[in-house]
Design a protein around this ligand. Structure first.
Ligand SMILES: Nc1nc2c(c(=O)[nH]1)N[C@H]1C(S)=C(S)[C@@H](COP(=O)(O)O)O[C@H]1N2
Ligand SMILES: [Mo]
Length: 211
């Protein structure tokens, strides 16, 4: 499996730079600006609420795997060492939960989704992504949202390992979508052609989740 992971520079860096310059997968302008930082109907919290289906899987790093599959040129299964060997980024972002709480300035460390896209190279038919969690949770996002420059698979929050209740060892973070799109205990990233509804989306939540 290790041979599937390119070295930190070379092709990966080049194609990241190329994607950045072409703004590949990115639709619309980055969302920020103090005036609209708190989306309509949201209130600020200082603590960090825990929300999930109730079962918080105990996944040790030694047993953790991230399966990246579906409509990609080079599917890969990363173990923890391969994941940590990928380029790491530090990103600060706000959380917006559909239950109306928002939390500003969360410091994440992890692997940018762009790095994973470089690794597996989604095929042209891939338009959406289904995220899978170790608790059986699923959620769907358009590829453009997954590929957002501020999206990452995070394993640290505020300089500490992400706790189990918040999705450790690693979770997705897509800041500009409601937090239910940010799968905790992430186990698989599946690239699909036609959009499919995940857990909350089947239960009536929005397919895009724009706060
Ligand atoms: N695997 C998994 N991911 C999940 C969920 C879940 O039940 N299982 N709940 C989602 C919802 S509805 C929210 S609001 C956030 C909550 O993340 P937090 O508990 O770290 O605040 O996780 C999202 N990701
Ligand atoms: Mo949520």
């Amino acid at each position: 499996m290790d041979e599937d992971v390119p070295p930190p520079d070379s092709k990966l860096t080049r194609s990241k730079q190329r994607w950045a310059s072409e703004r590949k997968f990115v639709t619309g302008a980055p969302t920020s600006g103090a005036h609209d930082r708190l989306p309509p109907g949201q209130h600020l919290v200082r603590d960090w609420p825990v929300l999930d289906l109730g079962a918080q899987p105990d996944v040790q790093r030694e047993r953790w795997r991230l399966d990246i599959r579906g409509m990609v040129t080079r599917p890969v299964t990363l173990d923890w060492n391969a994941f940590i060997a990928l380029p790491q980024v530090d990103l600060r972002s706000d959380i917006h939960c559909v239950t109306t709480w928002s939390r500003y300035d969360n410091d994440w460390r992890g692997v940018a989704t762009h790095t994973l896209l470089d690794l597996v190279e989604p095929r042209d038919e891939a338009g959406f992504v289904m995220l899978h969690g170790y608790d059986g949770y699923t959620t769907n996002v358009p590829l453009a949202d997954f590929a957002s420059p501020d999206a990452l698979i995070a394993h640290e929050w505020s300089g500490r390992p992400l706790t189990r209740e918040h999705g450790g060892p690693a979770r997705l973070v897509i800041p500009h979508r409601y937090f239910w799109k940010s799968a905790k205990w992430i186990s698989a990233i599946e690239f699909i052609g036609a959009d499919r509804a995940g857990f909350w989306e089947v239960n009536g939540y929005h397919m895009r989740g724009d706060p």
